[in-house]
Design a protein around this ligand. Sequence first.
Ligand code: WT7
Length: 660
Amino acid sequence: MEGEKIITSLLSEKRIFEPPKSVSERAWIKSMDQYKEMWEESIRNPEKFWSRFLDILEWFKKPTKIWDDSKFPPTAQWFVDGKLNASYNALDKHINSGKGDKVAIYWEGDNPTESRAITYTQLLEEVCKFGNVLLKYGLKRGDRVAIWLPMIPELVIAMLACARFGIVHSVVFAGFSAEAVKDRILDSSARMLITSDGTFRAGKKIPLKVKVHDLLEETPTIEHVIVVKRTGIDTPMKVGRDTWWYDELKDQPTECSYEEMNAEDPLFILYTSGTTGKPKGIVHTTAGYLMYAALTHKFVFDIHDDTVFFCSADIGWITGHSYIVYGPLVNGATEVMFEGVPSYPSFERYWEIIEKYKVNVFYTAPTAIRLLMKEGDALPKKHDLSSLRILGSVGEPINPEAWIWYHKVIGNERCPIVDTWWQTETGGILLTPLPGATSLKPGSVTFPFFGVKPEVLRDDGTLAAPNEGGHLVITSAWPGMLRGVWQNPQRFQKTYWAKFPGKYYSGDGAKIDEDGYIWILGRLDDVIKVSGHRIGTMEVESALVSHPAVAEAAVVPMAHKIKGQAIYAYVILNKNFSPSQELINELKQHVRKEIGPIATPEAIEFAPDLPKTRSGKIMRRILKAIVNEVDVGNITTLANPKVVKALWNAHKTAKSSSSH
Ligand code: WT7
């Protein structure tokens, strides 16, 4: 296990943190005994277990068949004959039960002077106005709509308006490039794009629409583009195709209909990176996804009617889909939605927000915790964080040092930390503590959520021994699991179900300790987690190779103090090109343009040659070892073993010349 070396060296914290009484007393799940009993039932008798929670959703037709596992693995169907609507569950349901005036979203702008409180009634009105626009343009059940918007309320409105009519949304993170938007539009044959003139980030205006404008000539399925005016940046509009959000909405009625969707109708597609090829469109369906997002949100974050919840993720990722849009709104919670970054106007921004809205549950990523930890304890201590009850972490392994800081300085030793493991594919949290029940070990994701049965396997498919690293797989079916890869059943089968036939393959390494606690060791495939963002090495390599100077490229993760992992790229130049700092900058720019700023290599090293097997396969394992300065292991199978020494020396020289 390559990841293991890194993790075990950090395992200095041996203390166990019991759930605080004040949390347990009020919690939905109050004790380990209660958890165990429920978990066992969820595995032994899924029908019985899930039928007990049907009422977390409102159904037009209550399902009589809880699940159909006749085609599982890979595909189980959930709440099969039920009928419902996701948008109705997120909005109308609460208004009908008298909660219309409750704040659904406290929206906090990049600039602290800008904020909005949006009630459930107001949100529904906006969703209806936009829903009427979708109908006006002839969009209908099953069509796809691409959404490339920053963290503004219009993003939530657009998603819920699509969901109202069974229109499948495909949200693209605003930090991705226009090229990435184009690829996703083509793959999903989207009929409409919803975007904005630009976005604010740390006080700066960043254009969006203008960047994709010309590329839309290459996306024949796009019939219409709706543009939110956010920044006032000069924006080209194609007559007959592009219109402004505000103009479209201003005369629309605040009421609209909705579709009664089947349980298994797709709700959205979200693209994510894998080991091979372009990002794949992960498909989630209506009932199973919604049930799972809502129930995990309620139990993992212990949501009650008065809870204020703040998830700092971007809706462009699955965390935002499940724990900003669907989970919290279906549960009728009040949440904070934040447009900006933790460092603007100062590193106190998150603490200001928590104080301002009296946030009870704060859910963020280890990379943000490390960034803020570096700024010292004085900044959070200036703020009243006493409203906090539970803290959450997601996206990458949290190192015990960051865990302890989060617990002590932010949580004042009162707040359990729920370190939640899951993936775009899983729809919701799979491995997690429950705040009122689970004793915590810093750095461990502890135990499975209801319905989830994990295993750690050796390469040969046998069970790993306690504390032995292996492949994390899931052997049960759960409602939120992906139903497929958009228009690519072979890839679905091959990526997730082939390595260990019939078991869901996560791509992560893990181990289970002598007490049954699960520890995530990081990705075992060619996926890098940069600041918790998922990036495929293949995509970065393809981007590099598409530049005329580059003959060959190999990309590996490099350990990084704040980002967790950063991208390190080895590049072999074509003849007629020579190494230079300018070329490095140009290549970085090129990757930004092709994929987006988050994929920018931290370092680019020009190499004369790369370690390869006799069949010509690049041995990224060896490059990863060199970059992270660990033992390269066995190199006897290489066609060119000498290159390893040369790359070691080059790495050391480069390092000593860059440190002063
Ligand atoms: C990958 C999935 C889940 C929402 C955000 C990421 C890593 C996720 C943890 C955690 C260690 C984690 C895994 C996983 N990951 N949560 N608590 N501890 N690693 O979704 O972009 O699909 O990435 O994120 O490597 O496979 P994603």
